[in-house]
Ligand binder design. Structure first.
Ligand code: GLY
Length: 356
């Protein structure tokens, strides 16, 4: 299958020296900075520091984890830039997962009213989702991504070789977003994701798949950069997925974002069957595949009310209606589909039955 052309500067490549060198040479010497986290300092930064042009670049390390996606970390980035003489012509390189690129993209967007930034995502989840699309921000007052701006990175460099140190669970977490891209836009991408051997990863093949997945995300972003309408397609699985993710955390049995999205997809495909005509036979096949691949995550009847309440808080809702992104067939999408509470409970019951 072919490698797509991107509309933004997105490079899916393992030739890091060449790509990074060609970007850095455009900025004044001493005015390029890199932010890493506790993981990428050890696993990824040394690869870049092999290159002569990278050796003198100032490094800031941030703490990893959602708890640190806050104003305090943004201030640490601003202090680091100020202390090291960053100006409007400087470049910030964000080397890490989605938490780091969201936070540093936001910090760069505000510093002196905006510095260029480059994302080098190092997890599959951030490669196929967070690093592309210009959503930047931090958590605030206990609310996820409450403060932020839309601002596109100058360049995104996606190198599948960083994934060689990623554990299976985190690999699958990112894979859920690729599956979602297939479901909403491309039967061919869905089929290649299902056929791919996630137990024995062929990184060359994966590179092409990542490129095709990112091109699907980019298609929706380019058509609706600030999520007023069709970008909501990217939310398939997320209305229920976010509710699962936050309930699991609350119950002391946290699950990864992509796992929550995969389980959310099961519920939302059931809704798709009832509301927009996706064949039930397909819902059953896909649901079984997801449970077999991701393992079961059980919910109790007593959780339904809390899950429903969390869905009512979803950012996509309008005028008190819970709006879902659903699919009438694989590769086609409908946004803003309102579902009644009774049907949502029925869909949760369907999900629950799948996990027994
Ligand atoms: N993660 C979905 C989006 O960027 O719109």
């Amino acid at each position: 299958m072919e490698i797509p052309q991107f509309k933004n500067d997105i490079r899916v490549t393992n030739r890091l020296e060449k790509e990074l060198g060609s970007i850095i040479e455009k900025y004044p010497e001493g005015k390029v900075y890199v932010v890493v986290d506790e993981h990428t300092r050890g696993f990824c930064l040394p690869e870049l520091q092999q290159y002569d042009f990278f050796k003198s670049i100032q490094v800031l390390e941030l703490k990893s984890g959602e708890d640190h996606k806050n104003l305090e970390s943004v201030v640490a980035v601003w202090n680091f830039l100020e202390e090291n003489g960053a100006d409007r012509k400087s470049l910030l390189i964000n080397l890490g997962g989605g938490m780091l690129s969201d936070l540093c993209g936001f910090a760069a967007s505000c510093f002196k009213r905006g510095l260029h930034f480059v994302n080098i995502p190092t997890t599959l989840l951030s490669q196929v989702d967070a690093s592309v699309g210009g959503k930047t921000g931090i958590n605030f007052n206990g609310l996820k991504n409450e403060i932020g701006v839309f601002n596109q990175p100058q360049t995104v460099i996606i190198a599948s070789r960083f994934l060689k140190t990623l554990d299976k669970a985190n690999f699958l977490s990112g894979y859920a977003e690729m599956l979602k891209h297939g479901l909403i836009h491309s039967k061919a991408h869905w089929d290649e994701c299902l056929a791919f051997d996630t137990e024995n990863i062929d990184y060359e093949t994966l590179n092409g798949m990542i490129a095709r997945s990112v091109a699907i995300k980019e298609h929706f972003v380019v058509n609706d950069p600030t999520e007023q309408n069709i970008r909501k397609a990217l939310n398939l699985g997320h209305t229920v997925g976010h509710a699962f993710e936050s309930m699991a955390l609350h119950q002391g049995r946290p699950i990864l974002h992509g796992h929550a999205v995969a389980y959310g997809i099961i519920v939302e495909l059931y809704l798709s069957a009832k509301k927009v005509g996706l064949p039930m036979e397909q819902v059953e096949q896909i649901s079984q595949w997801i449970i077999d691949t991701y393992g079961p995550f059980s919910i109790a009847k007593s959780d339904y009310e809390a899950l429903y309440l969390k869905m009512t808080k979803d950012k996509k809702n309008e005028a008190g209606r819970i709006n879902f992104t659903l699919i009438p067939e694989i590769g086609k999408v409908e946004i803003n589909v309102n579902c009644e509470k009774e049907l949502i409970i029925e869909a949760l019951d369907y999900y629950s039955g799948m996990t027994k």
